[in-house]
Write a protein that binds this ligand. Structure first.
Ligand code: PEP
Ligand code: MG
Length: 569
């Protein structure tokens, strides 16, 4: 197939229409389509200014509406857990944000009604976030969501978003606000498909946490009517409209049987012929590490340390940092824990570490490059990791993000070794994959970050839904980068892992192992799926899967060819 973008395909004149997109959470579900409620009507101007005497009451009306919205979201946050709860609480906090309130009040002071002032103030914030780019730009969705909820409350319109349906249903949408996906009841919304979004979008992250089959960037989705029966296949990346019922039911049952098999997974992972592959977890704090241990992860393959820094306007102290790392080491006594040093910049700008005026932040001062402007941040962080390691008896592996040159890796390795820890770097820039042998002369391991490596190999912004087909981790050029790196590791007997989202896809995991990858690190909720899948294949089958994936011209044919190899084995 020579498809260059997810598209619509049909199985025949009278056959069901099959829409294709990017698969992000495996599983198969069949149900009627529901869609989010219609858009809230947003007033942009008032017929006449609010009289001065009424402005205080108008401000109170805004405050009351914002409190109702925040209260509802906080209630839903309390009923949810993990990432879902955090996402809902963040949106609730935004509804109560003092900056938003004072901007609205200034507009009311100038004569605007509360709904018009809310729309104007939200626009001001959205413009600001959009201009900051990266993860901050993703907050525009939150701002718009909060705006819609407050305006609905003020004007008596129904609350926007998704009402959990009575019958188990499939939610189709253009895109989903984080607060919508976080409040979903997985017993009643059984699958998600969106027209926009990529494999690292909020929709994908929450769907993964809830274990909902999910496909994003689906072409032709807008034409599927509410109530139509659809089959979502989160492994194939398809949405089949009006499928043959018996066939669809058989696919759902097969997927359920596979899911039940996962429930018994306790690790450690190995192929059916005994080849060991560590299946580790990506975490951001001690609580996440505990959850990963409960999910039978064999350790931590990626501790994203910057996520604990995100809300800070100043660098946390060494003691504060060490306290956080201790919680992670304690969850995995004696096991492998890979700490990634601060990955600030680009989609994760930090006030104290990232230049504000970069023209092109994804190619700018991010990750290890932060040390060019402020070397102390790295040395203090390494001291904190060492302090936590000494307090818990751990020997952490420590790796740097966004490394491009051998000299950077050598300097970093020296600083890590000086503190008695194990040095490595992430492979996110093609230059590291190309010269992996030389990097490994200085390092004890490499860990491939496929999210960024695909963005830099295919020259496509990882946050762009329009380009999700380019950042698909099944792109053969990305797999070639993985192969180059893994082979370099094998030549010198040093471990090469994958810790990007690619490692969460059970089918792709077989390919990665066939390419010579020694460990896979993914969200805790994906550990059992990946580990169990590896137990069904031999190393030789993985190698054949790798060969056909590399030989394919595009992600869709790579997936199809690999599935054929695995089915035939
Ligand atoms: C990656 O780039 O694949 C990775 C794991 O790092 P992050 O997603 O945090 O940039
Ligand atoms: Mg990265």
């Amino acid at each position: 197939m020579s498809t260059t973008h997810p598209d619509v395909t049909s199985t025949g004149a009278d056959g069901p229409v099959v829409l294709t997109g990017t698969p992000v959470v495996p599983g198969v579900a069949l149900g009627p389509v529901i869609r989010p409620h219609g858009a809230v009507q947003l007033p942009t101007e008032d017929a006449e200014p609010v009289a001065e005497a009424d402005r205080a009451a108008e401000k109170e009306r805004f405050t009351a509406a914002a409190e109702v919205v925040a209260g509802r979201l906080t209630e839903r946050a309390a009923a949810a857990s993990g990432v879902s709860s955090a996402v809902l609480q963040t949106t609730a906090d935004l509804a109560k944000d003092r900056g938003l309130r004072s901007t609205v009040e200034q507009r009311i002071d100038a004569g605007a009604s509360a709904p018009v002032a809310t729309v104007g103030a939200a626009q001001q914030f959205a413009d600001l976030f959009a201009s900051l780019g990266g993860l901050m730009a993703e907050r525009v969705t939150d701002v718009n969501d909060v705006r819609d909820r407050i305006v609905a409350e003020l004007t008596g319109q129904s609350e926007p978003g998704v009402t959990n349906p009575d019958t188990p249903s499939v939610l189709l949408a253009d895109d989903l606000a984080p607060a919508d996906t976080a409040g979903l009841d997985p017993a009643r919304v059984i699958a998600l498909a969106t027209r926009l979004g990529g494999s690292t979008s909020h929709t994908a992250i929450i769907a993964r946490q809830l274990g909902l089959p999910c496909v994003v960037a689906v072409g032709g989705l807008a034409d599927v009517p509410e109530g139509a029966l659809v089959l979502v296949d989160g492994e194939e990346g398809t949405v089949t409209v009006d499928p043959d019922q018996a066939d669809a039911q058989a696919r759902v049952e097969a997927a359920q049987a596979a899911a039940a098999a996962l429930a018994g997974y306790t690790g450690p992972a190995r192929t059916s012929d005994g080849h060991a592959v560590q299946v580790l977890a990506n975490v951001q704090d001690g609580a996440g590490a505990q959850a990963a241990a409960a999910a039978h992860a064999e350790g931590v393959g990626l501790l994203r340390t910057e996520l604990a820094f995100l809300g800070h306007s100043e660098e946390p102290s060494v003691e504060e940092q060490a306290q956080g790392y201790r919680g992670v080491f304690e969850a995995f006594p004696g096991a492998k824990v890979v700490v990634r040093t601060l990955d600030a910049g680009s989609d994760k700008p930090l006030a104290f570490a990232t230049p504000a005026d970069e023209a092109n932040p994804a190619l700018g001062v991010r990750g290890l490059r932060t040390t060019r402007l402020n070397p102390g941040i790295l040395t203090r962080q390494l001291d904190a990791v060492k302090q936590a390691a000494e307090a818990t008896g751990a020997t952490p592996w420590v790796m740097a993000p966004m490394v491009s040159t051998v000299a950077e890796a050598a300097d970093f390795a020296a600083a890590v070794r000086e503190r008695g820890m194990v040095p490595g770097v992430m492979v996110e820039v093609p230059s590291v994959a190309l010269l992996a042998d030389r990097f490994l002369q200085h390092l004890d391991f490499l860990s491939i970050g496929t999210n960024d490596l695909s963005q830099y190999t295919l020259a496509a912004d990882r946050l762009s839904g329009d380009l999700a087909d380019l950042t698909d981790p099944w792109q053969p050029a990305l797999l070639r980068m993985v192969q180059l790196t893994a082979e370099a590791g094998q030549r010198v007997g040093k471990p090469v892992g994958v810790c990007g989202e690619a490692a969460a896809d059970p089918l792709l995991a077989c390919v990665l192992v066939g390419l010579g990858i020694t460990s896979l690190s993914c969200a805790a909720s994906s550990v059992a799926g990946v580990g169990a899948k590896l137990g069904t294949v031999t190393l030789d089958t993985c190698r054949r899967a790798a060969e056909v994936a590399l030989a394919a011209d595009d992600p869709q044919s790579a997936r199809a060819a690999v599935r054929e190899v695995l089915d035939a084995a």
